[in-house]
Ligand binder design. Sequence first.
Ligand SMILES: [Zn+2]
Ligand SMILES: [Zn+2]
Length: 353
Amino acid sequence: MQAVVLEQFGAASHLAVHTVPDPRPGPGEVLLRVRACGVCYHDIINRRGSLPRTSVPAILGHEVAGEVIEVGAGVTGWSVGDRAATLQRLSCGKCPACRSGRPSLCKYDNRFFGEELAGGYAGLMAAPVAGLGRIPDGMRWEVAATVCCTAGTAVHVVRTRGRIAAGETVLVTGASGGVGLQTVQLARLDGARVIAITSSASKEAVLRRAGASEVIVSPALQFASEVRRLTHGEGVQAAIEIVGSATFAQTLKAMAPGGRVVVVGNLESGTIDLNPGLVIVKELEIIGAYATTQRELETALNLTHEGLLSPFVTEVLPLEGAAEAHHRLENREVTGRLVLSPDLQAPSAKEAP
Ligand SMILES: [Zn+2]
Ligand SMILES: [Zn+2]
């Protein structure tokens, strides 16, 4: 098969298409013909070598939609021809964390697509069925591929972890990315007032269309005083922190007493200086949010299928476009998601209908 292989960690130029042996489905797995794979900022962090569980050569990509073309031993409930989308990571389904509805905390099977498991920047991918959800009829492959990590993450952060209630004011950093736009939409759908933070004025219009009541454009990421002004000095009840270290201090200053900070992204893999006093006197909650669950993926697929959340697939590129996609994402040139499709052929891809 053709696959984008990361030969060594580092620059985007290390991503190149090679012919590699076809994968085979093991017990509990199906073989997918990959139809689309989203390009996520997580893939950039992975490509740089910041994720310890990945070893090179690697095939990246955890946002995969594909057609089942072979079913491995012991698999029930999946047949050839079924349409499947991946979760980001697996879980065992049996341990106390899994049984209590928190499979993101499972320690017994925490394999991640694109890390320990070969990912979807490829023509074929073997996938354990514990990491799959069903794609509704009629949903386009490139949309289905991105739902888990964008809308699914939004369900995880806004509903499960953030407990966002109608009438609350919610701050979203990194709001114009794939996760951010879905988070803005879902928080608005659930009745919250959304203040969106972006570093680029060109992204204000799309954020307003997604449902942001206010957009703060701050290339220097200094937004706390403006948030306080917009909330009459009160601050926000909840924040969805998608940027991480570069915005965390400002986010803390923008919180109302008793506020909840849901941390779901750390784009630069950086650290922070934190004054615990601020957390103490305001009784803030700092809440981590990791991977989408199968139930959340199902919810996200349905919300998207019903048109309540709009997907933001910006462009579909052939596998040969992987390095370009990383380059554009890294340079903040992307609003929404870029998707790779093995069905597209380079270099005539852009002329395809
Ligand atoms: Zn992702
Ligand atoms: Zn488990």
